[in-house]
Write a protein that binds this ligand. Structure first.
Ligand SMILES: Cc1cc2nc3c(=O)[nH]c(=O)nc-3n(C[C@H](O)[C@H](O)[C@H](O)COP(=O)(O)OP(=O)(O)OC[C@H]3O[C@@H](n4cnc5c(N)ncnc54)[C@H](O)[C@@H]3O)c2cc1C
Length: 454
């Protein structure tokens, strides 16, 4: 038994970070267990530094803190001419060429340090390079309770005891290992898509950063050679054997399983980040491979090895063939392949697409009605609430879910409910629920939720 706390949070991504911060600010002794060397999850260790307007609470505070500490970089059409409407742009490709935009990002490494300091300031005891591996569960009369989590770190295998536990793993790993019910990522395909029985998760991605790119020269080439998507250069490189078959694979349009999004990208996929001349790039795991990186070590190893190979091949292609990349170099690679569609716990309420479509209201809503656009449903906006029961896994009374580990069906979480602002808000709600249960001397499952938090 290495340590004991009121609240033990596993995973320091947007959800776990905000949960630990909120619980500690309510006076609970709080331990955070994080596998990598800083908090932030996909958005720092995974390099996905997309910044946006504050959504309220800790998310707004975080965005302000990033800005105050010089972590935010914003590119505009004035500083990056030729970017709006450019097919290479991850976010701005759909804009009219020349139109105004402001693409803000935070420097993932610097932002991770800011988040680390915020946890320290709140008194959270954070254990980095510490992996959750298992849970000790005690049987109860109705539901079971987690009593300790087992972790591995430089000190060996240790147990950490807690009163309330929060699953911020991004893949519901704690819920699954504690015996709570869940479904694997990659649910049945949407209506109208032939279903061959293979369970294919929405693919994950490894993100990486390249610096010293002269984008003005890239744009000049695109115009001069009438080659907006770099198709001519890609074809030449492919013919010369410089591009592996799965790089720049086309989207599966026509019978796409998850809309046209994230399933292959026929050209370079990039976005400005950190400073002029520096861009982040996406490498999506091929959808066809049907990899379950959250619960299959072989799949995870294959994804990591293959994405590194793709990154090397893409960087080699860009430097050799594309004007403007001659001096560019790889300046960072995500510490892991980000998972978009891991396990989905079956909680006390499973939020479904029908809940969103019908604009459902709940007596235990944690938010006021929210309007979100569902791109799977032809970008239709729906206004709905999310109940506290989505934070409560089945079978356990003292574990709270957050972020991408909430009890949502795979379509609802992928379409809108897994973004950084919302995941931070869910963490804050879970941290608040943990603090309130402790103050009242009850388990989170016994907590009666009566008013929206946001
Ligand atoms: C490739 C990719 C691109 C994305 N793009 C965007 C985007 O553009 N905009 C946007 O808003 N959202 C984006 N998302 C979604 C968003 O990043 C996630 O939904 C969000 O980060 C989930 O937050 P989380 O806290 O639940 O989990 P995560 O961010 O996944 O964090 C989980 C944390 O738990 C830690 N952890 C996991 N297992 C263990 C363990 N066993 N022991 C200890 N620690 C553990 C991890 O190291 C990590 O720090 C993207 C996601 C991916 C994967």
């Amino acid at each position: 038994m290495a340590a004991e706390a009121d609240v033990v949070v596993i995973g320091g991504g947007p959800g776990g970070f905000a949960a630990a911060l909120r619980a500690a600010r309510m006076g609970a002794s709080t331990i955070l267990v994080e596998k990598y060397d800083m908090p932030g999850g996909v958005h720092t260790s995974g390099l996905q530094g997309a910044a946006g307007r504050g959504a309220g609470g800790i998310h707004t505070e975080l965005m302000q803190r990033f800005a105050d500490e010089g972590c935010i970089y914003t590119a505009t059409e004035a500083t990056l001419p030729g970017w709006a409407g450019n097919p290479l742009s991850h976010y701005e490709a759909h804009l009219e060429p020349g139109s105004a935009f402001a693409r803000s990002s935070f420097n993932p490494e610097a932002a991770g340090r800011v988040m680390l300091r915020m946890l320290e300031e709140a008194g959270v005891r954070a254990l980095y390079r510490t992996a959750f591996v298992d849970a000790v569960v005690r049987n109860g009369p109705r539901d079971d309770s987690v009593s300790e989590v087992i972790v591995e770190n430089a000190s060996g295998t240790q147990a950490i005891r807690g009163k309330v536990f929060i699953d911020g793993s991004g893949t519901a790993e704690v819920a699954a290992r504690s015996g709570a019910p869940f479904v694997r990522g990659g649910g049945p395909q949407p209506p109208g898509v032939a279903w061959d029985g293979r369970n294919r998760p929405i693919p994950g991605a490894m993100l990486w950063i390249m610096s010293a790119i002269d984008f003005a020269r890239v744009a000049a080439y695109q115009r001069r050679e009438n080659d907006p998507a770099l198709s001519k250069l890609i074809a030449a490189a492919r013919a010369a054997g410089d591009i592996p078959p799965d790089l720049y694979r086309p989207r599966l349009s026509g019978t796409p399983a998850y809309g046209n999004a994230y399933i292959g990208h026929p050209t370079v996929d990039m976005s400005p980040i950190q400073a002029p001349g520096t861009f982040i790039f996406w490498q999506n795991v091929p959808y066809e491979w049907a990899l379950h990186m959250d619960d299959d070590a072989e799949d995870e190893a294959r994804a990591k090895k293959s994405m590194r190979e793709f990154i090397d091949a893409e960087a080699g292609f860009l430097k050799k063939y594309v004007p403007g990349f001659e001096n560019a170099f790889i300046s960072n690679v995500g510490r892991y392949v980000g998972i978009r569609d891991g396990r989905h716990p079956i909680g006390e309420h499973v939020f479904s697409i029908e809940d969103a479509r019908s604009g459902r209201r709940f007596p235990d809503a944690v938010t006021r009605p929210m309007t979100k656009t569902f791109f799977w449903d032809a970008h239709r906006p729906y206004t709905f609430e999310v109940p506290y029961r989505c934070f409560l896994p089945g079978k356990l009374d003292n574990l709270l879910l957050t972020g991408a580990s909430l009890s949502f069906t795979y379509e609802t979480i992928f379409m809108v409910m897994r973004n950084f602002p919302w995941c931070t808000q869910t963490g804050e709600i879970a941290g608040y629920a943990a603090g309130l249960s402790l103050q009242r001397g009850i388990a989170p499952k016994q907590l009666e939720w009566t008013a929206p938090y946001f």
